[in-house]
Design a binder for this molecule. Structure first.
Ligand code: DAT
Ligand code: MG
Length: 140
Protein backbone atom coordinates (compact mmCIF):
# COMPACT_ATOMS: atom_id res chain seq x y z
CA UNK A 1 0.00 0.00 0.00
CA UNK A 2 1.40 3.39 -0.96
CA UNK A 3 2.13 6.23 1.44
CA UNK A 4 -0.32 9.01 0.56
CA UNK A 5 -1.74 12.20 2.05
CA UNK A 6 -5.15 13.35 3.14
CA UNK A 7 -6.66 16.55 4.48
CA UNK A 8 -8.20 16.85 7.96
CA UNK A 9 -10.01 19.56 9.91
CA UNK A 10 -10.43 19.52 13.68
CA UNK A 11 -13.77 21.32 13.82
CA UNK A 12 -15.01 24.10 16.16
CA UNK A 13 -16.84 21.75 18.54
CA UNK A 14 -13.47 20.11 19.27
CA UNK A 15 -11.25 23.20 19.50
CA UNK A 16 -13.89 24.78 21.80
CA UNK A 17 -13.67 21.78 24.15
CA UNK A 18 -9.83 21.77 24.03
CA UNK A 19 -9.76 18.42 22.21
CA UNK A 20 -7.13 19.27 19.57
CA UNK A 21 -4.55 17.07 21.29
CA UNK A 22 -6.96 14.22 22.03
CA UNK A 23 -8.12 14.09 18.40
CA UNK A 24 -4.57 14.35 17.04
CA UNK A 25 -3.50 11.51 19.33
CA UNK A 26 -6.22 9.27 17.86
CA UNK A 27 -5.06 10.17 14.33
CA UNK A 28 -1.44 9.39 15.23
CA UNK A 29 -2.37 6.12 16.92
CA UNK A 30 -4.19 5.14 13.72
CA UNK A 31 -0.87 5.38 11.86
CA UNK A 32 -1.20 8.87 10.44
CA UNK A 33 1.56 11.49 10.70
CA UNK A 34 0.77 15.22 10.89
CA UNK A 35 2.99 16.75 8.18
CA UNK A 36 1.30 20.19 8.25
CA UNK A 37 -0.94 21.87 10.81
CA UNK A 38 -2.29 25.35 11.49
CA UNK A 39 -5.02 26.87 13.60
CA UNK A 40 -7.18 29.31 11.65
CA UNK A 41 -10.50 31.09 12.01
CA UNK A 42 -12.29 30.43 8.73
CA UNK A 43 -13.83 33.30 6.82
CA UNK A 44 -17.25 32.92 5.21
CA UNK A 45 -15.50 32.87 1.84
CA UNK A 46 -13.30 29.96 2.94
CA UNK A 47 -16.17 27.98 4.50
CA UNK A 48 -18.46 28.43 1.48
CA UNK A 49 -15.63 27.71 -0.97
CA UNK A 50 -14.44 24.61 0.86
CA UNK A 51 -17.96 23.15 1.15
CA UNK A 52 -19.16 24.34 -2.30
CA UNK A 53 -19.99 20.70 -3.20
CA UNK A 54 -22.71 20.83 -0.51
CA UNK A 55 -24.14 24.23 -1.53
CA UNK A 56 -27.51 22.77 -2.61
CA UNK A 57 -27.95 20.70 0.56
CA UNK A 58 -30.48 22.00 3.15
CA UNK A 59 -27.82 22.12 5.89
CA UNK A 60 -25.30 24.21 3.89
CA UNK A 61 -25.95 27.49 5.74
CA UNK A 62 -25.81 25.82 9.13
CA UNK A 63 -22.62 23.96 8.13
CA UNK A 64 -20.82 27.12 7.02
CA UNK A 65 -21.96 29.10 10.09
CA UNK A 66 -20.65 26.31 12.32
CA UNK A 67 -17.28 26.10 10.57
CA UNK A 68 -16.83 29.87 11.05
CA UNK A 69 -18.05 29.92 14.65
CA UNK A 70 -14.72 29.16 16.38
CA UNK A 71 -11.16 28.39 15.27
CA UNK A 72 -10.38 25.12 13.50
CA UNK A 73 -7.13 23.21 13.01
CA UNK A 74 -6.42 22.28 9.39
CA UNK A 75 -3.96 19.43 8.89
CA UNK A 76 -2.26 17.37 6.23
CA UNK A 77 -1.95 13.72 7.30
CA UNK A 78 0.43 11.22 5.76
CA UNK A 79 0.42 7.44 5.98
CA UNK A 80 -0.29 4.21 4.16
CA UNK A 81 -3.60 4.60 2.34
CA UNK A 82 -4.15 7.82 4.28
CA UNK A 83 -7.63 8.70 2.94
CA UNK A 84 -9.18 5.37 3.95
CA UNK A 85 -7.22 5.11 7.17
CA UNK A 86 -8.45 8.57 8.21
CA UNK A 87 -12.07 7.85 7.23
CA UNK A 88 -11.91 4.65 9.29
CA UNK A 89 -10.66 6.35 12.48
CA UNK A 90 -13.12 9.28 11.98
CA UNK A 91 -16.20 7.03 11.98
CA UNK A 92 -19.59 7.64 10.38
CA UNK A 93 -20.83 11.21 9.73
CA UNK A 94 -23.58 10.81 12.34
CA UNK A 95 -21.97 9.88 15.68
CA UNK A 96 -25.04 7.78 16.49
CA UNK A 97 -23.94 5.46 13.65
CA UNK A 98 -20.18 5.61 14.34
CA UNK A 99 -18.33 2.49 15.48
CA UNK A 100 -16.86 2.30 18.99
CA UNK A 101 -13.32 3.65 19.22
CA UNK A 102 -13.74 6.13 16.38
CA UNK A 103 -13.20 9.86 16.83
CA UNK A 104 -16.83 10.72 16.14
CA UNK A 105 -18.15 8.02 18.47
CA UNK A 106 -15.86 9.20 21.26
CA UNK A 107 -16.16 12.95 20.79
CA UNK A 108 -18.82 14.18 18.32
CA UNK A 109 -21.88 16.01 19.65
CA UNK A 110 -24.24 15.63 16.67
CA UNK A 111 -24.32 15.02 12.91
CA UNK A 112 -23.40 18.70 12.40
CA UNK A 113 -20.97 19.16 15.28
CA UNK A 114 -19.05 16.03 14.40
CA UNK A 115 -15.49 16.94 15.46
CA UNK A 116 -13.52 16.18 12.28
CA UNK A 117 -13.50 16.53 8.52
CA UNK A 118 -11.59 14.11 6.32
CA UNK A 119 -11.20 13.97 2.53
CA UNK A 120 -13.28 11.25 0.85
CA UNK A 121 -10.92 10.47 -2.07
CA UNK A 122 -7.30 11.01 -3.06
CA UNK A 123 -8.44 13.38 -5.78
CA UNK A 124 -10.38 15.51 -3.28
CA UNK A 125 -7.51 15.30 -0.77
CA UNK A 126 -5.22 17.05 -3.26
CA UNK A 127 -7.82 19.76 -3.96
CA UNK A 128 -8.50 20.31 -0.23
CA UNK A 129 -4.80 20.38 0.73
CA UNK A 130 -4.20 23.00 -1.98
CA UNK A 131 -7.17 25.01 -0.70
CA UNK A 132 -5.50 25.62 2.69
CA UNK A 133 -1.75 24.96 2.33
CA UNK A 134 1.15 26.22 0.27
CA UNK A 135 3.58 23.42 -0.73
CA UNK A 136 6.33 24.82 1.54
CA UNK A 137 4.03 24.56 4.58
CA UNK A 138 3.99 20.76 4.25
CA UNK A 139 7.04 19.07 5.74
CA UNK A 140 7.00 15.32 5.22
P1 DAT B 1 -18.50 13.65 6.05
O1 DAT B 1 -18.04 14.83 6.88
O2 DAT B 1 -18.61 12.40 6.88
O3 DAT B 1 -17.67 13.46 4.81
P2 DAT B 1 -20.58 14.78 4.33
O4 DAT B 1 -19.48 15.08 3.37
O5 DAT B 1 -21.76 14.02 3.82
O6 DAT B 1 -20.00 13.96 5.60
O7 DAT B 1 -21.12 16.12 4.97
C1 DAT B 1 -20.24 17.17 5.31
C2 DAT B 1 -20.63 17.72 6.65
O8 DAT B 1 -21.91 18.32 6.57
C3 DAT B 1 -20.74 16.69 7.77
O9 DAT B 1 -19.50 16.36 8.36
C4 DAT B 1 -21.66 17.39 8.74
C5 DAT B 1 -22.61 18.14 7.80
N1 DAT B 1 -23.83 17.36 7.56
C6 DAT B 1 -23.95 16.28 6.75
N2 DAT B 1 -25.19 15.80 6.75
C7 DAT B 1 -25.90 16.60 7.60
C8 DAT B 1 -27.25 16.64 8.05
N3 DAT B 1 -28.15 15.75 7.63
N4 DAT B 1 -27.60 17.62 8.94
C9 DAT B 1 -26.71 18.54 9.36
N5 DAT B 1 -25.39 18.57 8.97
C10 DAT B 1 -25.01 17.61 8.11
MG1 MG C 1 -17.45 14.67 3.15
Amino acid sequence: MAVTRTFSIIKPDATRRNLTGAVTKMLEEAGLRVVASKRIHMTREQAEGFYAVHSERPFFGELCDFMMSEPVVVQVLEGEDAVTRNRDIMGATNPADAAPGTIRKEHALSIGENTVHGSDSEENAKIEIDFFFKPEEIVG
